[in-house]
Design a protein around this ligand. Sequence first.
Ligand code: 7RM
Length: 652
Amino acid sequence: MSEALSNLLREDRRFPPPAELAAAANVTKETYAEADADRIAFWEKQARRLHWDREWDEALDWSKAPFAKWFVGGRINAAYNCLDRHVEAGNGDKVAYHWEGEPGDTRTITYAELLREVSRAANALTELGVRAGDRVAIYMPMIPETVVAMLACARLGAPHTVVFGGFSASALRDRIQDCDARIVITSDGGYRRGAPSALKPQVDQALTECPDVRNVLVVKRTDQDVEWTEGRDLWWHEAVDKQSDQHTAEFFDAEQPLYVMYTSGTTGKPKGILHTTGGYLTQVAWTHWAVFDAKPDDIYWTAADIGWVTGHSYIVYGPLANGVTSVMYEGTPDTPHRGRWWELIAKYGVSILYCAPTAIRTFMKWGEDIPADFDLSSLRVLGSVGEPINPEAYVWYRTYIGGGRTPVVDTWWQTETGGMMITPLPGVADGKPGAAMTPLPGISAEVVDDAGNAVPNGAGGYLVLTEPWPAMLRTLWGDDQRYVDTYWSRFEGRYFAGDGAKKDDDGDIWLLGRVDDVMNVSGHRLSTTEIESALVSHPNVAEAAVVGATDPTTGQAVVAFVILRGSAAASGEQAAKELRNHVAAEIGPIAKPRQILVVEELPKTRSGKIMRRLLRDVAENRELGDVTTLTDSSVMELIRTNLSTPGAADDD
Ligand code: 7RM
């Protein structure tokens, strides 16, 4: 039998759930059995946690697979569920968001206030001609108006497409054109790294090639000078503030499109992932409640950008559907000092923190003395998302942020899945550093080999989802065939996620990185994640990225890019030799990197994913490919220049 991926790294540390948390947990072990007995009935029960104007006739229509319909015939409004419902239940005075601007300005927004603001915005959009089904592009910083704009669209049944504020004018243009948005909502700018950073110029540039956009609504945030196109551009405060704060939500079909979120594929134009309303809201609301064990008094913080799917599902729709109080922060973690996140946790008494491994590894690099200066005792659950969390980073997070008390939930999911899919539940499972553990109740996943057969415990392969789930993407905007080809063709009848994974001896799932990044060394298929984790387990290493580069003898060879911890820097060649031996000792000689390249930074997307494709270009001495989704394109220049500096490069 062919082995899809080698399983190399061992990790034996275990952290049982705190007894108190387990005793009062929202979800227990029995829930898995309940969902196994009747998966559809399980999701129907979760859907009933929401308000439906009319209940569905059929929970799942899979007759036209892979095109799913959930809660067929049901009528629902996402904004009503996030706002009106809570206000009507008497919780209007509860805080929806404690918002903190980067310069230190703050806003506290209750559910009642948010409802009034969303109602005004919905009235303004209606006045601008927005009707159910029309697409609206949102290109904004992390300010409350971004949430207001999204919910106003949802209220009108007008799908939004939020484009990362860090993306270029051309990326914005492509997305506006692809979904044919006629209205754009933006701001003059936002604060990042201590300075105002402009957004409006990118919109102006993008719109030179988007003649069908009628209006641009501009929120005033930074007071920067902006170019103005009369008749097209409107200040948000002029168009919205004058509106009535009353708006009656209309209920739409459960399958009404809610949003389109673009993800850049490795090749070709970005894919517009389409999410609809009823199934999506059901899954994000339930998973937010279950996986974070969210209670009415929790103060919840997803420290991520709203332009990432994590922001959509777990800053906006999930927490609001559950009526929870959230923190929202505009800026970067090191402004004005490297303790900013911990200061915010202490200030607001944050009890649940959700962030990406890239942030955790950065904090590790800065050192544990920084969080040690703040009172983090309010924290009770920590979450991780976006990449595999290396065991060292997991243990650091649990120890220095969670005070050794808090469970860490490593949540695997994708833009395409809409909500969390594979993760431990904090009151149920023992934490295993580095493992995403098991599919949630109601979710079915498997790890398969090249032929599509389930691999035995202890082996690696491809992660597939074997049953439809409520928050699944419905198609790619305007391209049904690409939807079928990309996700449903590799393995008959199953969704191919594009990730490598392994099952350990207990059958628990570990993610091993994108299969496009898998290296083939002398016929052994090695995962990026395991070698990176071995490198990060060395005390001198803060971050690591490995790629396979063409090699005349072994087919491919492992090339590692590492960022050293402060104290370990400088000693380039010696450090590299030691690290190669460390990898050989941790996981075996086959995984020993041919080269170790010490770098200052790694190329990442805005959600913190390492762009290994670009590193492969460097490792193989090629011209760089597409860099438009990089956070900071100067990083690649920096890497190339430093590599030609003696002492900083390879040791061979
Ligand atoms: C939520 C999100 C999806 C890809 C996915 C994986 C990787 C995300 C984890 C993870 C290992 C995790 N959506 N990924 N979470 N890998 N463990 N907990 O990130 O569309 O932006 O990315 O991210 O490769 O396929 S996404």
